[in-house]
Design a protein around this ligand. Structure first.
Ligand code: SAM
Length: 791
């Protein structure tokens, strides 16, 4: 659905059920799933042949199968997928419940490597069948720790069509709650191993205009911590130009060195996902309330914003880049109409034929014609916008909210746009929700120039010459809705900017002397502006508002400060945690309000650092970036030794830091040791055996890494290295994982939750004379922040 309107459109009570039940697909009756307007509208669009109509409606009314994706780095995902395939599925193969056999989970045929699954069992089976109950617990805990993502099948598609690689600069324009962002991050981290994260050279900016929902996004993406991630909170339709020192820009001959030196350039993206807000009628199988409230003016109203977002994306795309535009709506006004209008406004773009990209995916081509309705009663009588306008009294014509782009272009234009290259997914085709996808790219230069002149009468050269536009002007500019040609593509603007700099005066809002200079066009990002020590930071910012320069009083996030690699804090981490010389110490950052003691250190990759250093973080409304790697170890012991020097590696940051930790700080242990560490909060060193005990006893107190080697213990098998952070105190050890992660690990390895938290929960239940269960079980199958609208 378009937004997190919880309860907004989901219908009310029905037939005496309680309000919660009204939203459950397994209890809402089919009798409630009718909407005359819906049927009339879609019939008149000719979305499907007549003989498929009943099957389509039947599928729309059937409960949506539960689907999930094995998430995380590719190697780790493969291992977990093997556990599902070889351990859980065989146990679920012959389940009979109340006399009926239950179909086990099956892999979604089109998802690469079989990493996505679906099953369709009632909540009763999940709760009462012992086999499914166990599977349910497994799913819940693996979801909690981010190894499994509960996601609608069709919602998994857009990132697959985007084909992200680790070096790509990616923008996810409407990203919350973040299920697709997680997939994009995984693709960026394709080179991660089971235990160690790569530091991709690329970048993912995940954006959403809804401030609250960006927190969901941050939470969701924290499951795959990445130094390459940034989260912003902006209106995607007017997404500002992000400034970055030029890497590859070839300056036009004659550009004065002084001009080139002080210029910064707009970051262009290799991949952009526009998963735009939409009316969401493709999610009706899940959000059954939409049946009651559906009406076509929702789609009409969203069309303009959807188009502006797509046009903004087109202006921010690299030459060889790719855009995926997607909605979970079946309405052509939100789909083909948007794509057609965008393509006409920028003729240098084309639709990509991706019909064979996922051979097992059954889909239908995009529509070449459609009939917008001009009112709620499904009045589709007007063949063109002009016809509609003529039908209105003259004085009312200015008031209409209908736009020319709601209507299909003329037949000859439609033919050139290749709209059948769009992908439509209908629920009856593969038992999914409904969905729409279009993949756009820039044409090869010659084709683009020809298309441009033909369609607009304006040559590309003239267009570039007209493209005198500063980054600030771009920020303010809202892409046009009308179908006249969009002015410059963003990359043209960039090349033009260097020439215009002298004539236009300063193009940048920061004073020139604060800008890093580009010495030569070497293709490298110039060194960062000098980092500062925390003490200098406090001094510099003393007396300022919480928001740094106070330029955006409504934006209340903490500032971002890179600290100098020779800062005592960084040096303390390097020496205490035994980090190798190649640890990227100059990419360590703190987030802090003025004067606060520093508790956490973050790390980013080079490009994220460069963006942070060259942009006002309040202007780009930067919610977070990079990943937290070290935290100050609190407690008396740490204080005794000097609080500023006692940092530990965080479990979420460990995969990033692991490649930089010297082998002496990594101790080796086995499965029995892991079981002790899971069963007890602070086991004494004397409880362990063998080389692990002697090694750990010989170590001084502090942060270590423990590597558990593959092995068996009873029926438990550890099939690959497992690396976790450990804290050694005088006589005891602590596994530095949170409770949920410990429970998930225990369930996965030992088939039961052996943690103290689970024992306490069981005792509490016993005390209240309820039957004890190994761990608290959520009410829903797999908790999902925004289950209602993640598609
Ligand atoms: C369909 S949802 C996105 C789902 C998301 N891509 C996912 O996979 O989890 C659309 C999102 O667009 C956001 N949104 C609405 N208007 C926006 C705008 N003008 N700019 C950016 N985001 C917007 C909404 O807050 C909502 O989170």
């Amino acid at each position: 659905m378009a937004r997190g309107k919880k309860g907004g459109r989901r219908g009310g009570k029905s037939g005496g059920r309680n309000a919660d039940d009204a939203y459950r697909t397994d209890v809402v009756e089919k009798i409630d799933m009718h909407n005359e307007r819906f049927e009339k509208y879609y019939k008149s669009q000719g979305v499907l042949p007549d003989d498929e109509w009943d099957r389509f409606l039947e599928a729309m009314r059937a409960p949506l199968p539960t689907t999930f994706r094995v998430a995380g780095s590719r190697q780790a995902a493969r291992l977990l997928n093997d556990v599902i395939r070889s351990t859980y599925v065989p146990h679920l193969a012959d389940v009979v419940f109340e006399g009926e056999s239950v179909t086990p989970p099956a892999q979604i045929p089109w998802y690469p490597e079989g990493l996505a699954w679906q099953f369709n069992v009632s909540k009763k089976v999940l709760r009462k069948s012992p086999e499914f109950k166990k599977f349910h617990s497994f799913l819940v805990y693996e979801t909690e720790v981010g190894n499994i993502s509960r996601q609608e099948a069709v919602s998994m598609l857009p990132p697959l069509f985007l084909e992200v690689e680790p070096h790509h600069k990616v923008l996810d324009m409407c990203a919350a709650p973040g299920s697709k962002t997680a997939q994009l991050l995984e693709a960026l981290h394709a080179n991660d191993t089971v235990t160690a994260s790569s530091i991709p050279s690329g970048l993912l900016i995940a954006n959403d205009s809804d401030h609250k929902r960006t927190h969901l996004l941050i939470h969701q993406s924290a499951r795959l911590p990445s130094p390459a991630l940034m989260v912003t909170n902006l209106d995607a339709s007017i997404y500002p130009a992000i400034k970055i020192p030029s890497e590859q820009t070839v300056f036009p001959s004659g550009t004065k060195a002084r001009v080139a030196a002080k210029k910064q350039y707009q970051l262009l993206f290799d991949r952009i996902l526009c998963d735009v807000p939409c009316s969401g009628d493709g999610t009706m199988r899940k959000n059954v309330g939409i049946w009651k409230h559906w009406q076509p003016m929702d789609g009409n109203g969203l069309h303009g914003l959807q188009l502006r977002i797509l046009q903004r994306a087109m202006r921010m795309l690299q030459k060889d880049g790719r855009i995926v535009y997607s909605t979970c709506s079946l309405n052509p006004v939100e789909n083909e109409a948007v794509v057609a209008a965008a393509l006409q406004s920028m003729p240098e773009f084309e639709l990509v034929d991706v019909s064979n990209h996922l051979p097992e995916l059954i889909h239908r081509p995009g529509l070449t014609t459609w009939k917008p309705t001009v009112d709620r009663s499904i009045n589709t009588d007007f063949a063109t916008y002009d016809e509609y306008l003529q039908s209105l009294p003259e004085e009312k014509r200015g008031d209409t909210k209908m736009l020319p782009s709601h209507w299909p272009p003329s037949a000859d234009v439609v033919e050139k746009l290749n709209l059948p290259r769009c992908i439509r997914i209908y629920p009856h085709l593969q038992d999914t929700g409904g969905f729409f996808i279009a993949v756009l790219q820039k044409k090869t230069p010659n084709a683009a120039a020809a298309a441009s002149v033909k369609s607009t009468g304006v040559s590309e050269g003239k267009r570039q010459a007209d493209a005198v536009e500063s980054l600030e002007t771009q920020d303010a500019k809202r892409p046009k809705l009308a179908l006249e040609p969009e002015a410059p593509s963003a990359d043209n603007v960039i090349e033009q900017d260097a020439q215009d700099d002298e004539a236009e005066g300063e193009l940048l809002d920061e004073p020139a002397e604060e800008q890093p200079t580009i010495e030569e066009n070497t293709g490298e990002i110039p060194p960062a502006t000098p980092s500062i020590t925390p003490a200098e930071f406090r001094k510099k910012n003393a007396g300022k508002t919480k928001n740094g320069d106070g330029s955006n009083i409504h934006f209340r996030e903490n500032p971002y400060t890179f600290i100098a690699p020779d800062d005592p804090l960084v040096q303390a981490c390097i020496s205490k945690l035994n980090l190798k010389p190649d640890f990227p110490a100059s990419n360590v950052m703190i987030r802090n309000t003025i004067g606060d003691p520093i508790r956490s250190l973050y790390i980013t990759n080079d490009i994220v650092k460069s963006i942070v250093l060259h942009n006002d973080y309040t202007r780009i409304r930067l919610m977070t970036c990079g990943t937290k790697v070290f935290a100050k170890q609190e407690g008396a012991e740490a204080k005794r030794e000097g609080a500023d020097t006692h940092f530990r590696v965080l479990s979420e940051g460990l995969p990033v830091v692991l490649p930089y930790i010297e082998p002496e700080s990594i101790v080796t242990a086995d499965l029995p040791a892991l079981k002790i560490l899971l069963e007890t909060y602070y086991p004494l060193c004397s409880r362990f055996d063998g080389p692990f005990r002697s090694t750990i006893e010989s170590k001084s107190n502090g942060s270590y890494i423990v590597r558990f080697e593959p092995g068996t213990l009873g029926t438990a098998t550890l099939s690959h290295d497992l690396v976790l952070p450990l804290w050694k105190s005088n006589v005891s050890l602590t596994l530095m994982l949170d409770k949920k992660a410990k429970s998930a690990l225990s369930l996965r390895l030992f088939g039961e939750d052996v943690t103290p938290a689970a024992r306490a929960a069981a005792q509490k239940k016993q005390a209240t004379s309820e039957p004890a269960t190994p761990a608290p079980e959520p009410d829903v199958l797999v908790p999902m922040e925004e289950d209602a609208d993640e598609a």
